[in-house]
Write a protein that binds this ligand. Structure first.
Ligand SMILES: NC(=O)c1ccc[n+]([C@@H]2O[C@H](COP(=O)([O-])OP(=O)(O)OC[C@H]3O[C@@H](n4cnc5c(N)ncnc54)[C@H](O)[C@@H]3O)[C@@H](O)[C@H]2O)c1
Length: 441
């Protein structure tokens, strides 16, 4: 299979699996062959492939991007439209072409209409002028794969998924990606995983190296993968940048990290930091700055929608809870009592409510408390991040950067290979990277 770099005439040389991000927070630049993104390349089209194409977040992302491209909406919520990101040749939104994989039948206009009915976040005045455009993007959506996805996700599927070997499923995904790129004459394709949160996969020897993983694929051992692993593998072997926005742990294992290193494609994850965890990572450093000892941080989330329904399954929920719970001891530097609860409340739809109770100790051991309530619409918070991440992944690929993108840590609950969870320090990492890009331009 020819890689994307091959088609664009970019270098295809192998790179080592060494992860520059594992060394800590103030990071060396990612492994890179720096190239100045040419103004001409900005005028060419970028493909965006969304795994989980008709989900709430994917649909809001596509509608939002088309609305911004047509001047029907402002880019509110996008970091790449703020001062920190000035003078960077970001891909204009009217150059994005969307496609994806999905396990449910449908199209963008009907997925958007459902969101309008339930949440009111996508107003009809916006959807009507975009209808034809959205139907055109829907024609790029292909049936997804479901190996070892768990019962709750499998029940969502209303598209027939033929029984095929793992190798055959990977070939099909890669074929769909290549077809999309060729048919629309796209300069490059950025892949984003927005599928439902999968049950945590027990990782073993097959995930420790590429060679072991390849052998397990050859033996068709379904138990070693979930759908996200096949999507990540297909993106990596196609040399396409990959953004892992979900907490599913099968996608960025050491074996897959090696596959990305071999193909030279940039990648980053895991699990977008959009709501309660974002607030936690901004507030927890305050206690550290003032030497206030946090004794307990208790968080309780209620949400509806398909995402909430999937998270009502204990196995799927475990992936999310681990992702939301890990950052506090890392920021504060000591163990504390924490708890994250997540409950499904259908009537809330996408309006997630989080109540956090923080019990802390001050001067003379006196105990005090902070409480906050966060009411955010999940997809409205997350869609601009997805658009930012698409632009960052595109920029990294244009600059010839490969491997993880540690400067994007502030966008993730579990930033791949980065131990720093303090939002303020992560923000500086992003600023330092963008300064470097500007100085090299
Ligand atoms: N604020 C946020 O919205 C936010 C923040 C961080 C992470 N996430 C994660 O992003 C993901 C998407 O969130 P959402 O609210 O859009 O959920 P959703 O349930 O609305 O969408 C998920 C979509 O993925 C599809 N899908 C499931 N398995 C698939 C497969 N194997 N192949 C192709 N399609 C598949 C489903 O049919 C559905 O359309 C979830 O994993 C969620 O945890 C969301």
């Amino acid at each position: 299979m020819s890689t994307q770099q091959g088609r664009e005439g970019e270098p295809k040389g192998k790179r080592t699996a060494t992860d520059p991000a594992r060394s800590g927070m103030f990071l060396r630049p990612p492994l890179a062959t720096k190239r100045k993104p040419s103004p001409r390349s900005r005028s060419r089209r970028l493909g965006v492939w969304l795994f989980g194409a008709y989900g709430g977040l994917a649909t809001t992302t596509v509608v939002g991007a088309r609305a911004i491209a047509k001047g029907l909406a402002a880019p509110q919520g996008l970091t790449t439209e703020t001062d920190i990101a000035r003078d960077i040749p970001w891909r204009p939104f009217d150059k994005l072409v969307f496609g994806g994989h999905e396990i449910r039948a449908g199209d963008y206009p009907s997925a958007a209409a459902e969101i309008h009915r339930k949440n009111g976040t996508l107003p009809l005045e916006l959807l009507q002028p975009l209808r034809r455009d959205l139907l055109a993007q829907s024609r790029n959506v292909q049936p997804g794969v479901l190996p070892n996805a768990g019962a709750t996700i499998a029940r969502l599927a209303d598209r027939r998924t033929p029984k095929r070997s793992l190798r055959r499923q990977i070939e099909q995904i890669a074929h769909d990606l290549q077809q999309f790129q060729t048919r629309h004459r796209l300069e490059r394709v950025v892949c984003v995983n927005l599928t439902s949160t999968e049950p945590a996969l027990r990782l073993g020897p097959a995930h420790r190296s590429r060679a072991a993983f390849e052998r397990a694929l050859d033996r068709n051992q379904e138990g070693i993968v979930r759908p996200s692993a096949l999507y990540a593998y297909a993106a990596a072997t196609s040399g396409m940048p990959f953004v892992h926005f979900t907490p599913s742990n099968s996608a960025l294992t050491p074996a897959l990290e090696e596959v990305f290193a071999d193909s030279g494609a940039p990648f980053m994850g895991c699990d977008g930091k959009t709501g309660e965890t974002l607030v936690k990572s901004a507030l927890a450093p305050m206690f550290r700055y003032r030497n206030l000892k946090v004794l307990t941080w208790q968080g309780y989330n209620i949400l509806g929608d398909r995402d909430g329904h999937v998270l009502a399954d204990q196995e799927n929920k475990r992936s999310k809870v681990e992702s939301k719970d890990a950052l506090l001891p890392a920021i504060l530097g000591y163990p504390l009592h924490t708890h994250v609860g997540i409950d499904y409340v259908p009537s809330l739809h996408d309006l997630k409510t989080a109540w956090d109770f923080v019990h802390f100790e001050g001067f003379l051991g006196y105990k005090m408390a902070l409480q906050f309530i966060w009411q955010g619409c999940d997809a409205i918070l997350a869609a601009p991040l997805v658009l930012d991440l698409i632009r960052f992944a595109d920029l990294a690929a244009a600059r010839g950067e490969s491997g993880p993108m540690p400067h994007l840590a502030c966008f993730f609950k579990q930033p791949f290979g980065v131990d720093e969870h303090d939002l303020h320090r992560q923000w500086h990492m992003l600023g330092e990277y963008l300064d470097r890009v500007r100085s090299e331009a």
